[in-house]
Each structure stands twice: as C-alpha cells, then as structure tokens.
Design a protein around this ligand. Structure first.
Ligand code: NDP
Length: 242
C-alpha cells in the first residue's frame, strides 16, 4: 500500500509516532524518524523487521532553522518525501489561573508551530513532486475543549485550522492535508491521567484506544486509498467526542 513511498514522522521515537512508523514500514514505506530524543531503538527495530530504508534525525520541531536543515538532510538522504506526519506533541496541563506563560508557549510552540515549521520546510518538496499527503495529529481536546488544557486545546484547534487552510491552498497541487483527532490512547502521555475507569465510562466503545487504532487510520490517509479526501478531521476516539 505504501511501497516505494517515503514518510517523515515527527515524535516517532515512542508512542503513537513509533506505532505509525511500524505500520508504514510494514506497508513498504521508507521512514524518516524525526524526534527530540535519540531514536536508535525504534530505528533498529524497523531495520531488523522490515526491508525498508530507515533514517533517524534529532530535531526540536519548535526550532524553525533546525526543521529546515533536517528536512534538507532527509531529502538528501532518502530522496523525495511523499508523506509527512506531524505527530510530535506535548501537554503542560494546568488550570488557567495557575498556568504559566511558559506552559502556554511550550505547548503552542511544539504542537502548532512545530507543525507549521515542518510543513513549511517540506512545502517545496511536495510542490515539486506534484503531490503528497500531510497528516496532522490534532486531538479531541481541540474539538470539544477539556478543562485544564487551555493551552493544549488551543494548540490542537489551531492544528485543525492550519489543516483546513492548507487543504484549500495546496489541493490544486494534489497535496492532501488531513487531521486525526485521537481520544484517550494508551501511551506515556496518558499514563498519569488517573483512573482509566472514569474515562471509559464516557467512551461509547468502553475502552481506551491503542496506538494501532491511530496508526491504521494514518496508513489509510497516507495511501492512495484516500486520494479524494482532504481537509478532513477524523476522530479516533471510540465515539467520545460525538
Ligand atoms: P508521547 O509523549 O508518547 O510521544 C511524543 C513524542 O514526541 C516523543 O517521542 C517526544 O520526544 C516527541 N517530541 C515532543 N516534543 C518534541 C519536539 N519539540 N521536537 C521533536 N519531537 C518532540 O505522545 P503520544 O504518542 O501519546 O502522542 C503523539 C501525538 O498524539 C501528540 O501530538 C499528542 O498530542 C497526540 N494525541 C495523543 C493522545 C493520547 O491519548 N495519547 C490523544 C490525542 C492526541 P521526547 O521523548 O524527547 O519527549
């Protein structure tokens, strides 16, 4: 389904990003892992499991110049990029009266500006190639808002606006831009949120999501099976934000 395509996935050292890297590689895509952290472990796992090219790049997506130089390095190493997944994200939850400016700026910087930085850095690549699929990871928090997440909800709502605007701007160049809005997915990000049972009560499918649930949709949006879908925001949330 993705054979011969090259995918850049940010925040792919662990969690949802790592699972998307596994899924895309299993479908034949070459993978560029972009992460703050050292991604040697997932790189080695992909290389030993799948017959695809894998390269890892350390990059802070909040840093515009670093994104620019890493994206150049990626195209120099792996050739043209067909798929970009903007997955790197953080939370700094706090009630508004207590929320520090630094907490607001860090979340907007990573989740929203980081997404902008990576799309901008690869925009000429996509335009030159006359096509591509950009997938931005938003959140149900950006659709319905959640208390204690003013910064995070704002950043993820911003990602939805960015997605729709760019879908309109780039559609004529055969570049599709879609967003995924996960609900509660079992990763490091959600492990300290408290009792699972409380969340499960509010989820029609009565379970938390697995990283595979998100990766399966990402693979569809990355592939030509979704060739007529752009500007869409698709929830993977067990029905939570219905
Ligand atoms: P994790 O915290 O498990 O993983 C996030 C990854 O992003 C880490 O590898 C982290 O690196 C990396 N990262 C963080 N900041 C940067 C940065 N500035 N530059 C480069 N890489 C960075 O998160 P999840 O897998 O749970 O989440 C993935 C995405 O899905 C996020 O955008 C999140 O907001 C979204 N999401 C997650 C939900 C969930 O329930 N888990 C629900 C809804 C949305 P490091 O290890 O160095 O921190």
């Amino acid at each position: 389904m993705l054979k011969g395509k090259t995918a850049v996935i940010t925040g792919a050292a662990r969690g949802i990003g790592a699972q998307m890297a596994r899924k895309f590689a299993s479908l034949g895509a070459n993978i560029a892992i972009v992460d703050y952290d050292n991604a040697d472990e997932i790189k080695a796992e992909l290389e030993s499991t799948y017959s695809v090219n894998v390269a890892a790049f350390q990059c802070d997506v909040t840093n515009t110049d670093m994104c620019k130089s890493v994206c150049k390095e990626i195209t120099d190493t792996l050739g043209k990029v067909d798929i970009l997944v903007n997955n790197a994200g953080i939370t700094r939850d706090n009630l508004i009266a207590m929320m520090e400016e630094t907490e607001f700026d860090a979340v907007i910087g990573t989740n929203l500006k980081g997404t902008f930085n990576m799309i901008k850095a690869l925009s000429r690549n996509f335009i030159r190639n006359k096509g591509g699929s950009i997938i931005n990871i938003s959140s149900v928090s950006g659709i319905m808002g959640l208390p204690g997440q003013a910064n995070y909800s704002a950043s993820k709502a911003g990602v939805i606006g960015l997605t729709k605007s760019l879908a309109k701007e780039l559609g004529g160049k055969n570049i599709r831009v879609n967003a995924i809005a996960p609900g509660f997915i079992k990763t490091d990000m959600t492990k300290d949120l408290g009792s699972e049972d409380e969340f499960i009560k509010a989820i029609p499918l009565k379970r938390l999501g697995e990283t595979e649930d998100v990766a399966n949709l990402a693979a569809f949006l990355a592939s030509d099976n979704s060739a007529y879908i752009t500007g869409e925001v698709i929830r993977v949330d067990g029905g939570l934000a219905m």
